[in-house]
Design a protein around this ligand. Structure first.
Ligand code: KG4
Ligand code: ZN
Length: 345
């Protein structure tokens, strides 16, 4: 079964063609992402109306490129998967309507995918010829992106239990807002990651949030952002060393909280303990976080999985993977399928 998948929930227009392997992973035959980040940079964040308009301009070229890269025409596609939410509704509608139109015109089965399910399954994507084994079930997923931060117990494909979530900003959102204060532009995660490598993580004292007995497995990043704002009251630092130290100290505080909560989730009583740790979402590109979670997994004797960076940030291949497993289980969307700005996993 060859799946065509489309994604446009935020500022990336993406289309992919994937095919299942025997072991639950999917082979990515093509994977095209057209990012508008440059378009939104000068506004310091994604402008929904601009995003929708650019998705409209990009969707057909991105689709044509994905089919050409995979070396197939629409006549060789067996099913269509589209992101149905959560995200910017005007942005979501573009890929959703394109997917619907293709499925309708070609008489193909259609399925709607939750964007976060896509992220959670990114570790199941394989390049052609790659055959690393997939994460075993059940596993613990830490999903950290620009819009979401959550700890999820993944029982199986399509069976998710959210254990903890952020009470305010998402981890990526905190990176982006702090980067703006530091004068580093949008999206700021990669810039902070880069500079953090040159600074000292103990140079600035920043709060270690959500330690109280009632904090449970939830996250909070807004206090950290406020603490950074206090250090930056006089504007972005002019001194390179100070800038690098601020980046390193901020990143260390975010990573500390993410690792602490993930460890707490792994130590709770579960009838069947998780058999692996899986990291996903755009912030999973962060080198400090990748290294710290790998360490945690080693300490707990668990295998660690994280997709290569291009599949951690928004892409359509992950939507194709989740969509394939939904279609395989017999799920079908009808023509009333609609976009939803917020949607429970
Ligand atoms: O998953 P994603 O592409 O989009 C959402 O679904 O939100 O995640 C984008 C987020 C942005 O906030 C960006 O700053 C962050 O991921 N990000 C990073 C890094 N690369 C991307 N954050 C920290 N370090 C990075 N290397
Ligand atoms: Zn995303």
């Amino acid at each position: 079964m060859r799946i065509l998948s489309l994604e446009s929930s935020c500022d990336e227009t993406a289309c992919a063609v994937v095919e299942p392997n025997q072991d639950g992973t999917v082979r990515v035959l093509s994977d095209v992402v057209s990012s508008q980040a440059g378009m939104h940079g000068r506004f310091g964040g994604v402008v929904p109306e601009i995003a929708s308009r650019h998705h409209l301009l990009n969707i057909i070229p991105v689709l044509e490129r994905a089919l050409a890269d995979a070396g197939v025409g629409l006549d060789r596609i067996d099913g269509v998967a589209v992101t149905r939410g959560p995200g910017l509704v005007g942005a979501l509608l573009v890929a959703l309507q394109a997917g619907k139109a293709i499925a309708y015109a070609r008489g193909l089965p259609l399925v709607g995918v939750h964007h976060l399910e896509g992220h959670l399954l990114a570790a199941f994507l394989r390049a052609p010829g790659e055959n690393d084994p997939p994460p075993p079930f059940p596993h613990l997923g830490l999903l950290v992106s620009g819009g979401h931060s959550c700890l999820v117990r993944v029982e199986d494909f399509g069976r998710y239990q959210v254990l903890g979530t952020t009470r305010d900003d998402a981890a990526g959102e905190a990176f982006d807002k702090v980067a703006k204060l530091l004068g580093l532009g949008y999206p700021g995660g990669p810039a902070i990651d880069q500079l953090a490598g040159q600074g000292s993580p103990t140079a600035f004292r920043l709060p270690r949030a959500m330690r109280g007995p009632r904090a449970g497995l939830d996250f909070s990043f807004s206090g950290l952002k406020t603490a950074m704002a206090a250090h930056l009251a006089a504007g972005p630092p002019q001194d390179k060393k100070r800038l690098a130290d601020l980046c390193a100290s901020f990143q260390a505080a975010v990573v500390e909280q993410l690792v602490r909560k993930t460890e707490l989730a792994l130590t709770r009583k579960a009838e069947t303990p998780e058999r692996a740790l899986v990291l996903s979402g755009g912030v999973a590109c962060n080198r400090g976080l990748r290294a710290a979670l790998r360490d945690l997994a080693n300490r707990r004797g668990l295998p660690f999985f994280v997709a290569p960076p291009r599949w951690c940030t928004d892409n359509a291949a992950m939507i194709g993977c989740a969509g394939y497993h939904r279609l395989r289980r017999g799920e079908r969307a009808d023509w009333t399928l609609n976009a939803a700005a917020s949607l429970p996993l």
